[in-house]
Ligand binder design. Sequence first.
Ligand code: GLP
Length: 240
Amino acid sequence: MKLIIAENYDEMSRAGAKIMLEVVKNNPYAVLGLATGTTPLGLYAHMIADHEKHGTSYAHIRTVNLDEYKGLPKTHEQSYVYFMRKNLFDGLDIDPENTNIENGMAENETKECARYDELLERLPRDIQLLGLGSNGHIAFNEPGTPFGSGTHVVTLAESTVKDNARLFDDISEVPRKAFTMGIRQIMQAKKILILASGANKAEAVCKMVKGKVTESVPASVLQLHPDCTLIVDRAAAANL
Ligand code: GLP
């Protein structure tokens, strides 16, 4: 795993955007694996700024997102489909038809997971962007998820519900379940870019980089990926 320690959040976002933009500029037909959460917001802002300033086009770019809450409609501000539109897609010339995410409102979970598995087979990712849960999760693959997993529905860890409650009016509104891409599929991306910022990620960062590769720390699997770059700010690097 290649490690870059940035001074702060903005430097981390800038360095991350540089890697993402390299992929887009080298291949206008690239498939980008995208993430939600607070962490990638700065990187997305840099992508939009670059599109406005340099005209980098996303007309033929396709995207696949990691995960989606179960039971939140597309219009809910905390649904990941809404997040992506608001924080990235609306600022680019991307065709909404070329963007993909699990349907959190799907009535048949098994069918929806099979649809997404098939879609991921058809769209091998040139790069997969990841954030890191404070408990070491990637996407919504919580501790204990088998490394061989495909798309599945997960019951969120209590710590994840608490972490994400800050974005909802009340913790009771945080969905307890979500669809997530599996660890096997994350590992299939040609290149992985993972970002982590802030002191509350320091322990998970340390376990991911220096700890044993174990299903109890899902992100530790990234030690096995041939082309994975981790960019952290100083606070998240504190235990390294
Ligand atoms: C969330 C998401 C992850 C994200 C992580 C960290 O629950 N499902 O994809 O990477 O937790 O979130 P944040 O970036 O807000 O700290």
